[in-house]
Write a new protein. Structure first.
Length: 272
């Protein structure tokens, strides 16, 4: 059996991508464990016990990008007015266990959206598409300074989409449904601004990953501000920006999800 040059090149590129990711993770883990003294100033001022936080979030997403199934693809852009019209929404549940050295995080996101579309073809036929995305992430971070944490994690994504387009003069009706599941390895980080007032919180939480293992590339950036009303309750406001560039061109399906979603987010944090 003969193997084409293009197949060999693609295979080699995929191997190099995954090897680069393994190298980055190895360097990161070495840095975290070999230099624990970076976080000693924070550890010396606090106890060694664990604190727990659980938080439901409400996220109002604006979306833009391109989605595709089989031979059909369309741009997907939504403005503020359309969000109210279609009742799009996203909800999150966040859990964190932390001590002065480590933070362990689990978060889950459910995103629902729909939109009228125009297919990318000569006839410019119109239709609509509905999309649901569920992401479950987990990560562990090491405190490297009083204001900085870094670590690794992963995110499992469950995606389903339905596209309907009316029949044209020549072309038939489009009624396609598809679903997909993939895993993205992540590098995670968090900056926390040192403030004199302990009730106020200001920070930046984010991740980047995919690296061709699941998505070609994915990222999330979330600047936030919070106020702790009591020992057990905190209100957080922020602006989340996240993106996926995922393609599955296997024999039995052809899916594409290249989207950016962003918008304000409010969280209700309960400290246990």
């Amino acid at each position: 059996m003969k193997t084409s040059l293009s197949t060999l090149v693609l295979s080699s590129t995929s191997v190099r991508t995954k090897m680069n990711f393994v190298f980055v993770i190895a360097v990161l883990m070495t840095f975290m464990f070999v230099h624990p003294s970076l976080g000693q100033d924070q550890e010396s001022s606090k106890g060694e016990g664990w604190d727990f936080t659980i938080a439901p979030y409400l996220f109002v997403p604006f979306l833009s990008g391109e989605i595709g199934v089989k031979d059909y693809s369309a741009n997907f852009n939504k403005g503020p007015g359309e969000l109210i019209k279609t009742l799009d929404f996203a909800v999150m549940l966040y859990f964190e266990a932390s001590n002065p050295k480590w933070s362990l995080i689990m978060d889950a996101l459910y995103l629902k959206s729909g939109k009228d579309i125009t297919l990318k073809e000569e006839t410019q036929r119109e239709g609509n598409v509905g999309m649901n995305l569920t992401s479950i992430g987990f990560s562990g971070m090491r405190r490297l300074a009083t204001w900085f944490e870094m670590g690794i994690g992963g995110r499992v994504n469950f995606y389903n989409m339905e596209m309907k387009v009316e029949a044209g003069v020549i072309l038939p009706e489009v009624d396609e449904k598809t679903d997909d599941t993939w895993f993205d390895p992540l590098i995670v980080y968090r900056f926390t601004a040192p403030l004199n007032n302990e009730k106020w919180k200001l920070g930046l939480h984010g991740d980047l990953g995919g690296f061709g293992v699941g998505s070609k590339f994915t990222y999330m950036v979330y600047p936030y501000a919070g106020y702790q009303f009591s020992n057990w309750f905190e209100l957080s406001l922020g602006f989340r920006t996240a993106g996926f560039n995922f393609e599955n061109n296997s024999i039995d399906m052809e899916n594409k999800l290249d989207v950016l979603f962003y918008g304000p987010q409010i969280g209700f944090l309960f400290h246990l």
